[in-house]
Design a protein around this ligand. Structure first.
Ligand code: NAD
Length: 309
């Protein structure tokens, strides 16, 4: 959903290359016939269909196992993710409503920002519709993990394919908390370097927004991250064991109602929340600092749906 956008198009291409996908169903309010026609000529297995406008939501969604949502406006320089709330909240609400009607069993992967609020929005909508399953709604924070792995590998001269650094919390500014102490392979940094690295990871989205100078936010790296998360979910749905990804979900791990931690994925979505693990005092402190903003973002999302009801 949002298939014609800056993220939607390259992510659709990456998904078209995925042999686990039998049908790639593209939805947007513009341009999907063209995007679908173009992609459908790639000689890979997935059948591609394009659907445009709300009248075609039913045809798009019926039978879907996984719905990935990057619909909505991106940031421009000087904007926070929360500045997108007014536009994107209603887009995610309406798309979640359509999912509740046409594919109530599907796994929802939400990319649209502010993720800290859009996941609570979709969850409230599904609850109202009586089809909520907390194990099937994910806020895609994979780009934070991808960035951490890349920056750590560069700093330490490691093969990035071997690096895995969990990132917990939310998906904006200080709510992004990389747990460098839990990185595999183990890495260590002097405290000042570690702090700089964490700030870079937290501001990496802004780094791209500024470099693009008004032309949008991260699209190619997000498409890569979204395709990675979707592939992990497909592996888990297909019964492969030991598939772990961090994502932002309904959670009992901290005092925040939604929180990202490493998750074991399974045939029904979230199989087991693997929790925070052992934290350094410094990391526990970062999580504490993230709480006020995270809780505020969550309440804002919930209030948006309940106010409109
Ligand atoms: P974009 O403007 O290039 O594309 C958005 C697409 O959504 C457009 O094609 C637009 O037509 C479509 N759209 C708008 N309203 C719609 C609706 N009601 N139904 C279906 N489609 C609709 O933006 P982008 O760069 O692709 O970014 C999309 C979203 O992803 C933004 O909210 C951005 O902040 C977010 N994002 C998230 C992450 C993350 O890590 N989770 C990273 C980067 C960007």
């Amino acid at each position: 959903m949002g298939a014609s956008g800056g993220i939607g198009q390259p992510m659709s291409l990456l998904l078209k290359l995925n042999p686990r996908i039998s049908h790639l169903s593209l939805y947007d309010i513009v341009h999907t016939p063209g995007v679908a026609a173009d992609l459908s000529h790639c000689s890979t297995k997935a059948k591609v269909t394009g659907h445009m406008g709300p009248d075609q939501l039913k045809a798009c969604l019926e039978g879907c196992d996984i719905v990935v949502i990057p619909a909505g406006v991106p940031r421009k320089p000087g904007m926070t993710r929360d500045d997108l709330f007014n536009t994107n909240a209603s887009i995610v609400r309406d798309l979640a409503e359509a999912c509740s009607k046409f594919c109530p069993e599907a796994i929802l992967c939400i990319i649209s920002n502010p993720v800290n609020s859009t996941v609570p929005i979709a969850s409230e909508v599904l609850q109202k519709a009586g089809v909520y399953n907390r194990n099937k709604i994910f806020g895609v924070s994979t780009l934070d993990i991808v960035r951490s792995n890349t920056f750590i590998a560069q700093a330490k001269g490691l093969d990035v394919n071997q690096v895995n650094c969990p990132v917990v919390g939310g998906h904006s500014g200080v709510t992004i908390v990389p747990l460098i102490s839990q990185c595999t392979p183990p890495v260590s940094f002097p405290q000042d370097e570690r702090e700089k690295l964490i700030v870079r990871i937290q501001n990496a989205g802004t780094e791209v927004v500024e470099a693009k100078a008004g032309a949008g936010s991260a699209t190619l790296s997000m498409a890569y991250a979204g395709a990675r998360f979707t592939n992990s979910m497909l592996e888990a749905l297909n019964g492969e064991e030991g598939i772990v990804e961090c994502a932002y979900v309904r959670s009992d791990e901290t005092e925040a109602k939604y929180f990202a931690t490493p998750l074991l994925l399974g045939k029904n979505g979230l199989e087991k929340n693997l929790g925070l693990g052992k934290l350094l005092d410094y990391e526990a402190d970062l999580i504490k600092k993230a709480m006020p903003e995270l809780k505020k973002n969550i309440e804002k999302g919930e209030e948006f749906v309940n106010k409109k009801a």
